[in-house]
Design a protein around this ligand. Structure first.
Ligand SMILES: NC(=O)c1ccc[n+]([C@@H]2O[C@H](COP(=O)([O-])OP(=O)(O)OC[C@H]3O[C@@H](n4cnc5c(N)ncnc54)[C@H](OP(=O)(O)O)[C@@H]3O)[C@@H](O)[C@H]2O)c1
Length: 286
């Protein structure tokens, strides 16, 4: 039995589908007890659980052989990872934990809370004595869909400086996760999941412009200006500050390494940003 947490989200929902396509027995955490995405078949066992509720996690993990541990970005995300790991220990079955972390988790960058939370989770996992594997994806191409409005009006405005980033398609992350969850031999491995190239935000804006059918200029906003913009738009301060920290890492070139691990795991090359952008032409033209 493979238990998938974060199962209704961007990556988790595709992981559930991919595992079912391989005939695996899957239990999916659905916070509200709902049916989950329409793409799931009737064989997916749905269980209601909350990362903040250890009792619900005990029920969700009972009988698990493998756990895909993906928590949402949240001020308590490190505690959420610890709660799932502790519940896995309490099963007494020593399930394999596949921790969905973030690129950089091994380098332990200082002052980047989204990565730091996963560093804490990984430390807890190592201390737990459970068998583990880590997936460390870089930023997702899909994040750019949230900026489609601005792109459509000709501007990509982020505090990314001149650093290149090896962004990755979330579908490739899910495909790599399915391979790791469904096959043996991954214990103790840290797989870094990136796209096939590191591109600056200026280059990314250029590729978005090609599909948007107009020039898209990259505006490298200052971190303070980006923070003020997000707070003004009603962002939660913890998340807004975290985004600025992450872009600071990007600007410094700390997310530019390109890894072969997507192809190594899935047997096919990682999707390029140009392919992703072309698939979403309508969104970026709007
Ligand atoms: N976005 C990126 O560029 C990027 C890059 C590298 C790594 N990551 C990492 O990827 C993870 C996010 O992945 P994602 O984008 O696929 O997530 P997502 O789309 O935001 O989905 C989050 C999932 O977690 C569930 N969830 C949220 N709070 C919960 C709670 N208290 N109890 C139980 N379930 C809860 C959500 O359920 P509901 O449907 O009920 O809300 C949903 O299934 C984070 O750990 C992040 O650090 C992200």
């Amino acid at each position: 039995m493979i238990v998938v947490t974060g199962a209704t989200g961007t990556v988790g929902s595709e992981v559930v589908v991919g595992l079912r396509e391989r005939g695996e027995a899957v239990r999916a955490l659905v916070r509200d007890g709902s049916a989950g995405p329409a793409a799931w078949d009737g064989e997916v066992e749905r269980v209601a659980a909350d990362f903040a509720d250890p009792q619900s996690l005990d029920a969700a993990l009972a009988g698990a052989d493998v756990v895909y541990l993906l928590v949402a970005v949240h001020p308590e995300m490190a505690a959420h990872e610890r709660n799932v790991i502790d519940a896995a220990v309490r099963t007494g079955r020593r399930p394999q934990i596949v921790l969905h972390a973030a690129a950089g988790v091994e380098q332990r960058p200082r002052g980047v809370r989204f990565v730091g939370a996963h560093v804490d989770g990984l430390d807890h996992l190592r201390d737990s004595g459970l068998p583990w594997t880590v997936l460390a994806p870089n930023g997702f191409y899909q994040n750019f869909l949230g900026m489609a409005g601005s792109v459509g009006s000709g501007v990509l405005a982020v505090p990314g400086g001149a650093g290149a980033v090896s962004y990755v398609d979330a579908r490739d992350v899910a495909a790599a996760a399915v391979e790791v969850l469904a096959t043996e031999g991954h214990e103790g491995a840290v797989y870094t999941l990136t796209g096939p190239a590191a591109l600056t935000h200026g280059e990314l804006a250029g590729q978005l412009g090609t599909v948007a059918g107009r020039e898209v200029a990259y505006a490298a906003v200052a971190p303070e200006q980006a923070l003020a913009g997000m707070l003004g738009a009603g962002w939660d301060p913890w998340r807004a500050e975290g985004m600025v920290e992450l872009y600071g890492l990007y600007a410094a070139g700390g997310a530019s390494a390109v890894s072969p691990d997507v192809e190594k795991l899935t047997g096919r090359p990682a999707r390029s940003f140009a392919e992703f952008a072309a698939e979403h032409e309508a969104a970026f033209r709007a």
